[in-house]
Design a protein around this ligand. Structure first.
Ligand code: UN1
Length: 476
């Protein structure tokens, strides 16, 4: 196959790129299509042409199709999860879990498609009726990252279609196989040609074309701050609607009264699951002075016992870094940490395994302070820092002292501090005695400051981005 899906047909790309398994670079998943500007414009034109009739297609039909897509994803979760883990490098349980999440997202939005509601009220002018309804916005460009190759596309595509929009989907170039499998399932659901299009290819060719096209009414993007900002600037002139989910520098506070095992497991999960490659990863562990040494000792012990190996090998707990570029970047940040005076407590080096992959030992810096680059910049790897805090107030100040604001966690048995943190954390999502990563699909997802821009994703909140409000006044 290895093709883009444009206007209801699978089309050969203008070139092809090899898709390598990061757990074993001798394993090539295939050569995948890379489309050019002309093909991207074909997809946009097709999405635009069908947009009028798709919005009239009716909520029941849309709900049925989304439900069918969700069921098909769930029934093939092992196969799709295996492909995802092979291509992206997260361990199989996480790959299958992600696919399941995607299936549930489609089913949730199948329900949302029929639940969409408006409001009818009296006007302040006697005898006049007012109605507030939500309408589709038209063609939506969806640009997604490699770290959740099925779930993030799902949580953008499902609401876009549920609310009557058409889609041009550009996945990250590192994960074409997952994107193509998802597209096959969507294509087989009976959607009319042009409603959903997959255009694989580079940011320069495909991404830029979507971003600059006057026919694209809205863009939902997850990725880096730099690219997100660029999209915002480029679309500002034509006032396209933009939703950006970017980085994080998420704090996990561990107070002296925390349950040690809970805190250590939250840190292990938050910082190192998915190889730390989550925008919700816990990268700053802000730890009370009394519990500090016990926490660090136990955390190091757990980190050193984590089985880092091929993502598909039974028993593996942490897979490889996604590719050589990211691996170099992680090593670079490890050097930055050392040169800033942070003490490397464990990790920091490449690991050799039976297969040739990008294996990096889970890495912990201790004796760090929040001003260091390793505590201010998103690293996107299995690297975390410990920052000592003398009391809750100091921990809170440090947690909020960041340009990001996606997720923030606290481990404590004090209701008083947990409640205060819920109110005073400056992040968009707060976790109490839970890892900073790992979110539900039926509630809003998103952050503040550099982490996010525009309306929230997921749950009922998704309709704010994927629909436009219309207010009508009637004098009967
Ligand atoms: C999660 O933590 O469950 O790119 C989801 C990311 C986020 C998704 C995180 N947009 O890592």
């Amino acid at each position: 196959m290895n093709k883009s899906y444009i206007d209801g047909a699978w089309v050969e790309g203008s070139s092809a790129v090899a898709d390598l398994n990061p757990s074993d670079t001798s394993d090539c998943i295939g050569d995948f299509a890379s489309s050019n500007k002309a093909q991207t414009n074909d997809a946009i034109n097709a999405a635009q042409k069908i947009s009028g009739s798709w919005r009239e297609s009716g909520i029941h039909q849309r709900a049925e199709m989304l439900d069918r897509i969700g069921s098909e994803i769930l029934s093939r979760k092992e196969e799709l999860g295996t492909l995802l883990s092979r291509e992206e490098g997260k361990v199989l349980a996480e790959g299958i879990g992600e696919v399941e999440r995607a299936g549930h997202i489609f089913k949730f939005f199948a329900g949302e498609a029929v639940r969409i509601a408006g409001v009818s009220m009296d006007s302040v002018r006697p005898g006049v009726d007012v109605e507030v309804v939500r309408e589709p916005i038209g063609v939506v460009g969806i640009i997604t990252p490699w770290n959740f190759p099925i779930a993030i596309p799902a949580w953008k595509i499902a609401p876009a279609l549920a609310f009557g929009n058409t889609v041009v989907f550009k996945p990250a170039t590192l994960v074409p196989a997952s994107a193509q499998s998802l597209t096959q399932i969507i294509a087989e659901s009976g959607l009319p040609a042009g409603v959903f299009n997959l255009v694989m290819g580079s940011g320069q060719e495909v991404g830029e074309t979507i971003v600059n096209s006057p026919l694209v009414n809205a863009i939902s993007f997850t990725g880096s701050v730099a690219t997100g900002r660029e999209i915002l600037v480029k679309t500002a002139e034509r006032q396209a609607r933009v939703q950006l989910e970017m980085g994080g520098k998420n704090p996990l506070i561990v107070l002296d009264d925390a349950d040690l095992e809970t805190a250590v497991e939250c840190a292990i999960n938050g910082a190192f699951y998915s190889t730390g490659q989550r925008c919700t990863a816990s990268s700053r562990l802000i730890v009370g002075a009394d519990i500090h040494d016990r926490f660090v000792e136990r955390l190091i012990e757990r980190m050193e016992s984590l089985i880092v190996d091929h993502a598909l090998k039974p028993g593996t707990q942490m897979g490889p870094v996604v590719d050589d570029r990211q691996f170099e970047e992680d090593l670079n940040y490890i050097e930055v940490g050392c040169s800033e005076g942070a003490e490397m407590a464990t990790g920091g080096a490449r690991l050799e395994r039976d297969t040739d992959g990008y294996y990096l030992a889970p890495t912990l810096f201790i004796e760090t302070n929040n001003a260091m680059r390793i505590n201010q910049e998103e690293m996107f790897g299995p690297i975390a820092s410990v920052i000592r805090a003398h009391d809750y107030e100091e921990a809170l100040t440090v947690a909020n002292d960041t340009d990001f604001g996606l997720s923030a966690g606290i481990c404590t048995t004090s209701l008083k501090h947990a409640s205060h943190f819920k109110r005073n954390s400056s992040a968009g999502m707060v976790m109490v005695n839970l890892p900073t990563a790992g979110v539900d699909y039926h509630v809003p997802f998103g952050g503040r400051r550099n982490s996010s821009f525009g309306p929230r994703e997921q749950g009922q909140a998704a309709e704010q981005f994927y629909t436009a409000t219309k207010t009508t006044y009637v004098n009967p």
